[in-house]
Design a protein around this ligand. Structure first.
Ligand code: C2O
Ligand code: CU
Length: 482
């Protein structure tokens, strides 16, 4: 990280409640706020607007909204089992909240305006207080007008460390974002326009790693890196090709997975998704290898390059284990699970796809209706208007569920459930190889995906597409666990 652009975290703005807490001072990187083993950690996040150039070559600064003056906001690092208390001060000119994406908090700490809390109005604060029960890579972001608040940079990583982490030489976080900038470098102000809403969402023209363009990522020969990727973009899906390297996926959405190489050596991250990789630096001193994002056909670009210094860490990759310890997730009871079906529809060309799939379109939208209202996307025929609504599913506490989700639209949707992680059990009727635990699952157009989980966390939980323009134009529902 470039420390000149982040605030210094001092005792004054990070108040420790117990003597056991230490802060960023123990490590040179001031971007990181670190708590001690099995301690409590107290953090203050201040949301405010700030002007900063996203790249020195731009003529104008961008009007960012951020936490503690930085994009991303501070990386909060706690040990699994720690209690985290975060005071969020709202220095914005509008209401906000903070949601702890992927963290299994109690419902009252989930940061959903009007559903789990009153939004934090300008000048006010809210204290989030929860235990870090699962180790892994998570992130935080507002849940109020997310398409603009997250889109202007209000987000940060939350890393929950295993008591016994796997051995690596370096643990690195790359928070990816995609900005739509004017020529000058200022952010285009067209948030929430109906074209973005009805198509693929707000895809930008400038991709950053940890808030800036990263020309080179410097490594040493033989080095082993744990790379935590977080997709904070409103809408862009990444498909990363680490040329010359063979990344091994060890966790998805924070949850450990059987270590495996990605299909076609391409690491896919839909919005809000996280992937933890083990990357062995198998090249030689002075090598330069590109990291290319090739998710969208014909639109490949170089994200950054891996540049080998003349430092030799070791001559061949280490044989240390890459298997992460399990998190305390309850296994779904498949024989006794109750099944539900969920249909996602709407968007441009939606009716055509529905007809092709042989699905009745009477509950769907008309083109005219779509152009003149914000009801563009539907879950089981209903378009959400804001967060308050009747539950689309009522689940019994501690019962197992299999939910079969069908994407009857022409677009990708990363579907996120709050308060739980679920196993992705099948795609297109075929069992998935790793039965991976996720909290956000990317569905391709026309795809059916089955997820399974134990409804063990009581409350009203949002269930929505994490393309933030789709979420804002209907693709959201509430699942009640009681
Ligand atoms: Cu990452 Cu409902 O949110
Ligand atoms: Cu979507």
């Amino acid at each position: 990280m470039d420390n000149q652009k982040v605030p210094k975290f001092t005792r004054r703005n990070v108040i420790s409640s117990t003597a056991a807490v230490t802060i960023g001072a123990v490590i040179p990187n001031l971007w990181v706020l670190r708590g001690n083993a099995s301690s409590e950690m107290e953090v203050i996040l201040h949301a405010a607007s700030a002007q900063r150039k996203l790249d020195p070559s731009f003529s104008q600064p961008a009007t960012l909204w951020n936490f503690n003056g930085a994009v991303p906001g501070p990386e909060i690092r706690v040990r699994q089992g720690a209690r985290l208390r975060v005071t969020v001060n709202n220095g914005l000119a509008e209401d906000t909240t903070v949601h702890w994406h992927g963290v299994r908090t109690s419902n009252a700490m989930d940061g959903v305006p009007y559903v789990t809390q009153k939004p934090i109005s300008p000048g006010n604060q809210f204290v989030y207080d929860f235990n870090a029960i699962d180790a892994g890579t998570y992130w935080y972001h507002p849940h109020q007008r997310s398409f603009e608040q997250v889109g202007r940079g209000l987000y940060g990583p939350l890393i929950i460390e295993e008591a016994n982490p796997i051995r690596v030489d370096r643990d690195v976080t790359w928070m990816l974002d995609d900005w739509r900038l004017e020529q000058s470098g200022e952010i285009e102000g067209d948030f929430g326009n109906s074209h973005d809403m009805s198509h693929s969402g707000r895809i930008g023209n400038t991709v950053t790693i940890n808030g800036k363009k990263m020309e080179m990522f410097s490594v040493g020969k033989g080095e082993r890196i744990r790379l935590r990727l977080i997709n904070a973009a409103n809408a862009r899906i990444f498909g990363l090709d680490f040329q010359g390297h063979e990344p091994v996926i060890i966790a998805l959405d924070g949850q450990p997975v059987t270590p495996h190489r990605p299909n076609n050596n391409l690491v896919i991250l839909g919005p809000a998704m996280r992937v933890d990789l083990v990357l062995d630096m198998v090249g030689n001193s002075d090598d330069i290898n590109d990291v290319v994002d090739r998710f969208y056909e014909g639109l490949a670009y170089r994200l950054t390059s891996i540049k080998y210094s003349d430092k030799v860490v070791r001559n061949s990759p280490p044989n240390w284990s890459v298997q992460l310890p399990k998190n305390p997730l309850k296994e779904p009871d498949f024989p006794n699970a109750q099944h539900h079906e969920v249909l996602f529809s709407g968007g441009m060309m939606g009716n055509m796809v529905m007809r092709e799939m042989g699905i009745n379109t009477t509950t769907s939208n008309s083109m005219m209706g779509m152009m003149y209202s914000k009801n563009i996307w539907f879950i089981n025929g209903v378009a959400a208007e804001g967060h308050i609504m009747d539950p689309m599913l009522n689940l019994d506490l501690n019962r197992s569920y299999v939910i079969s989700m069908t994407n009857a639209s022409a677009w990708y949707h990363p579907i996120h459930l709050h308060g739980h992680s679920f196993r992705v059990v099948s795609r297109g009727g075929k069992m998935t190889k790793y039965q991976e635990w996720q909290d956000t699952v990317l569905m391709a157009p026309r795809e059916t995906v089955e997820i399974a989980f134990v409804a063990d966390n009581p409350g009203d939980w949002m269930f929505h597409c994490h393309i933030l323009e789709h979420q804002a134009s209907g693709m959201m529902g509430v699942i009640r666990v009681a």
